[in-house]
Design a protein around this ligand. Structure first.
Ligand code: NAD
Ligand code: ZN
Length: 341
């Protein structure tokens, strides 16, 4: 089968022929139809410090996918050949306290497909049947291929009650933009999204009914006044990993505000803790998606009017992957989907 492989410890990915994975008794074999390119894949392409210490070489990369079940191990129940599906790319253990309590997304033994294990940028993927998420007819393969990052957005956005709240999202990358759409769907009052990249803010405005703010040009204090908010935002969703964005968020929040942190800062970052104490702010770190509660909620929302389709700005055939990665690396795109059919 054809696959995108980190074949050498160097910048880039290579399209190679690989054997179709063999499945065990609890696995399914998925024929991949569409995949999404993630920021993580860009780190792997760039072969940065994180990638060098994390990625085994050779590795089939990719973890955002939609496809169809073509083979099943003998223990698999409740699924069938031909079932359209996506799936959770975090492979969990069953022995940790967290897993045994049903908090699967907090299992410290988690391994990621396309990061620690063979991934989804390939014609076929082996996945434990436990990780499969069947796709209802209303959800296209394109959307199926971006459920992983949409799940990050949903997990973060639903960390706190948003109904009637004023929400600030820092970072209008694909995940921030989708979180804005989710916050709107969940009944937030004002949804403001910030970035310093005008293209991304313009895309945010096309995907969701939000107020885009370029913080290189406008102060959030002025936005708070313009929107006639009394003190500031009730909830902050940090989706940039940028220190300045987090500082601005803390300043723009009300006393007793709540922050969910998804963005990953590049290194250790200084935080003004006394400001957080005196503003009595609650902070929650968010990792991955809740397995499988986030999947359940996101599919239900997609079936009931949540529309994030316009966050996909580019589509390429698998053979044109180099061009797709080039555009993704330029920051001039939303989600990019590769077609494997
Ligand atoms: P992205 O890099 O595409 O988007 C980040 C955006 O932040 C960019 O558009 C950038 O211009 C913007 N930004 C930079 N400086 C800013 C500032 N001062 N104020 C506001 N915005 C600023 O990333 P993404 O794919 O949308 O993911 C969002 C974040 O979530 C990333 O940090 C990513 O690493 C992280 N992430 C975390 C998890 C997790 O499990 N915790 C999972 C996936 C992604
Ligand atoms: Zn991803």
């Amino acid at each position: 089968m054809s696959a995108l492989v980190k074949a050498q410890p160097a910048v880039g990915l290579w399209q190679e022929q690989r054997p179709v994975p063999e499945i065990g008794p609890d696995d399914v074999l998925i024929r991949i139809k569409k995949t999404g390119i993630c920021g993580t894949d860009i780190h792997i392409w760039n072969w940065d410090e994180w990638a060098q210490k994390t990625i085994p070489v050779p590795l089939v990369t990719g973890h955002e996918f939609a496809g169809e079940i073509v083979d099943m191990g003998r223990n698999v129940e409740g699924l069938s050949i031909g079932q359209r599906c996506s799936g959770e790319g975090h492979l969990i253990g069953k022995t940790s306290r967290q897993s045994r309590a049903g908090r699967f997304h907090l299992d410290p033994e988690t391994r990621g497909i396309g990061v620690n294990e063979q991934g989804a940028f390939a014609e076929y993927l082996r996945l434990p049947a436990f990780n499969v998420v069947p796709l209802p007819d209303e959800i296209s393969d394109d959307i199926g291929a971006i459920l992983d990052p949409l799940g990050n957005a949903v997990h973060t956005a639903l960390s706190f009650d948003l109904l009637g709240e004023d929400v600030l999202i820092t970072g209008a990358g694909p995940i921030g933009i989708m979180a804005a759409a989710v916050a709107r769907h969940a009944g937030a009052r004002h949804v403001v999204i910030t970035d310093v990249n005008a293209d991304r803010l313009s895309l945010a405005g096309q995907v969701a009914d939000v107020t885009p703010v370029n913080v290189a040009e406008e102060d959030l204090k002025d936005v708070i006044a313009r929107l006639k908010m009394k003190q500031g935002f009730d909830v902050g969703l940090e989706m940039s990993g940028n220190q300045q964005a987090l500082d601005q968020m803390v300043e723009a929040l009300v006393m007793g505000g709540r922050i969910a942190l998804l963005g990953i800062p590049p290194g250790k970052s200084p935080v003004d803790w006394s400001r957080i104490v005196f503003k009595a702010i609650t902070i929650k770190g968010v990792y991955g998606r809740e397995i499988f509660e986030t999947w359940y909620k996101m599919i239900a929302m997609l079936q009931n009017g949540l529309d994030v389709s316009r966050v996909i700005t580019h589509r390429f055939g698998k053979d044109d992957y180099a061009e797709a990665f080039e555009i993704m690396r330029s920051g001039k795109s939303g989600k990019i989907v590769l077609d494997w059919t």
